[in-house]
Design a protein around this ligand. Structure first.
Ligand code: ATP
Ligand code: MG
Length: 562
């Protein structure tokens, strides 16, 4: 494990803090706040595929709703009229369905509440709590002050309510060009929290919106829209990530000043974002990798997107196991990706059938085995789960083993095959190497062995021991396939996002052709997972065809017994 391991992950503090939001909810229920209702939401911007950080947020929100007999909303945060891509909406819904199989699949859209948001803005103007400003964006920034200096009031701050209402209506009617006027909340230019220094709440944008079409040329700012979306839907606990902590006073201010919401305002609760070592997160960066061809699409198995993780072969159970282990806290940290890998190993250990696959084959000829003879040997499907039963594997005169399981001149402590040495073939016999053949380039092409019929696996043979056990497949009865091996996306642990493209691991994907698999694989289908003995866990990829299998490596084995 690297040094970046989440420091909180393994101690009791996290175990307790898993419940820090649940604790708030418990108190609220006890006090009959919100009438003891619990209603959470997940509000993605549909501008990319979701990643494992979002999965943390989804599972947290959905989990809290379920645990407390509450409700959960998926709400697309589409108040910004940027071009929305339908494929993002579709992928987000699919991801949530995968993570939350009980979810009803119903999606809400923040843009459906534009009328409501406009009404709320008018209410604030009427209460003298919002004003139209014609300072330029630069001037607004200049007037805002700094962390150490208070801001300066705009000369327009004390415009009359009538004039504000008139200008806002005209803004809405399209009388002004982009940037000419803005609507600002009237709070406190001297507030120590810059977010409270009369933030802009509506701006002019003559832009087409995918949902409201040409109806609007003014759009609400996120910080104003979000509390209204939450409260309007009856959300009780609005769970978000830490970067919104400083925005909470404004969130509260908005709801406290709107008659419809002030009596039972939604409460915002923040938790720390998930980051993974050796992995780029952030939709913006992932999008760049997709668009510039650094990966094979959003669901490339190397991607930390939920669809990438799914295609890589991770199970929902393993994700929950991982999320449970890292917990929820307010302390920002980077979680070692090894924890995620462990979760899938643990999950598949007893679930995935084990089989033999030779990734880099070299032929072994068993010279004393009768030509044309085939026998079927018993092999257990999972040595850690007897209930998975056994299968028959064929054995004949020619088999494949891994190229690196043979050496002409082995170093000390090499227990695999070399001239004069005897090894065990898993589920079969002992074989002894007598000779080998090389091509004109000096590469070994064939290995000649003899087998000892007395050493058949499962017969209790104990007369002599061998130190090496090799996996193999029957050369006369096997399947050719493509196997993709994956390594980490980033080469460094370093989290600096500048020039991140230069830090990508150029060897994160290796494609092996002509790998040899047991014939039994034929009984399986896309999405089935296996342990290839000594190699790790693999899944049958959707790129497979009826007569050609493609496997993705999910994760290596922690300890290979080489
Ligand atoms: P990114 O930074 O990857 O672009 P985002 O925050 O812009 O993500 P949104 O679609 O705006 O993505 O966020 C939807 C929800 O997911 C928000 O509530 C946000 O706080 C949460 N979220 C985003 N990234 C993470 C993360 N790494 N860990 C946990 N929650 C996250
Ligand atoms: Mg965002």
């Amino acid at each position: 494990m690297s040094e970046n391991i989440n420091e909180n992950a393994n101690n009791n503090e996290t175990r307790e803090s898993v419940n820090f939001i649940q604790k708030i909810i418990n108190d609220d229920i006890a006090n009959r706040k919100y009438n003891a209702r619990v209603h959470t939401r997940f509000p993605p911007e549909p501008n990319g595929f979701l990643h494992i950080g979002h999965a943390k947020s989804i599972c947290l929100n959905y989990g809290l709703a379920m645990k407390n007999n509450g409700k959960f909303n998926l709400r697309f945060d589409d108040t910004n009229p940027v071009k929305e891509d339908e494929s993002f909406v579709k992928s987000i819904i699919e991801d949530i369905q995968w993570l939350c199989p009980q979810w009803d699949g119903h999606a809400l859209y923040a843009s459906d509440y534009f009328d409501k948001m406009y009404e709320c803005a008018v209410e604030l103007i009427k209460k003298g709590l919002a004003y139209i400003d014609d300072l330029t964006a630069d001037q607004i920034r200049e007037y805002r002050g700094t962390l150490t200096e208070p801001g300066k009031e705009s000369p327009n701050r004390n415009r009359s309510i009538e004039e504000n209402l008139d200008l806002f209506t005209r803004m809405k009617n399209g009388e002004f060009e982009n940037g000419k006027l803005v609507l600002r909340a009237k709070i406190d230019m001297a507030s120590p929290n810059i977010n409270m220094r009369d933030p802009v709440i509506y701006r002019i944008m003559h832009e087409y919106h995918h949902n409201s079409k040409d109806k609007w040329c003014i759009y609400p700012m996120y910080d104003f829209a979000h509390p209204i979306e939450d409260a309007y839907e009856g959300i009780t606990h609005s769970i978000c990530t830490l970067e919104f902590e400083d925005h909470r006073p404004f969130y509260d201010w908005v709801l406290a000043n709107l008659d419809e919401f002030k009596d039972e305002p939604t409460q915002q609760i923040e938790f720390a974002k998930l980051y993974l070592s050796k992995t780029m997160m952030g939709k913006r960066y992932l999008k760049q990798m997709v668009e510039e061809g650094y990966v094979d699409g959003w669901d490339d198995p190397r991607m930390p997107t939920i669809s990438g993780i799914r295609r890589r072969g991770y199970t929902v159970e393993s994700l929950y196991r991982f999320l449970d282990e890292i917990g929820v806290s307010k302390a920002q940290s980077v979680v070692d990706i090894a924890m995620l890998e462990n979760a899938i190993r643990e999950d598949l250990k007893e679930k995935a059938p084990r089989t033999m696959a030779v990734l880099d084959p070299i032929k072994v000829i068993i010279t004393n085995y009768p030509e044309g003879q085939v026998e079927y040997l018993d092999a257990e499907n999972n040595s850690e789960n007897e209930a998975m039963g056994t299968r028959k594997i064929s054995f004949s005169r020619e088999i494949y083993i891994e190229r690196d399981d043979f050496m002409e001149e082995p170093p000390k402590k090499y227990f695999r095959l070399f001239p004069g040495n005897e090894v065990r073939l898993r589920h079969a016999y002992f074989i002894k190497c007598n000779d080998y053949k090389k091509d004109e380039n000096g590469n070994v092409t064939e290995i000649y062995c003899t087998y000892d019929p007395a050493t058949k696996s499962g017969t209790g043979f104990t007369e002599r021991k061998v130190k090496g056990t090799l996996h193999w497949v029957d050369a006369n009865n096997c399947i050719d396939s493509t196997i993709r091996l994956y390594d980490y996306m980033m080469e460094t642990e370093d989290y600096d996002k500048t020039n991140f493209l230069e830090k990508l691991n150029p060897n994160s994907k290796i494609v092996l052709e002509n790998c040899k698999l047991e014939q039994n694989i034929k009984e399986f289908k896309v999405g089935d997972r296996f342990q290839f003995l000594r190699h790790g866990y693999f899944i049958i990829d959707r790129d497979s065809t009826d007569d050609h299998y493609v496997f993705n490596q999910i994760v290596s084995l922690k300890s290979s017994y080489k």
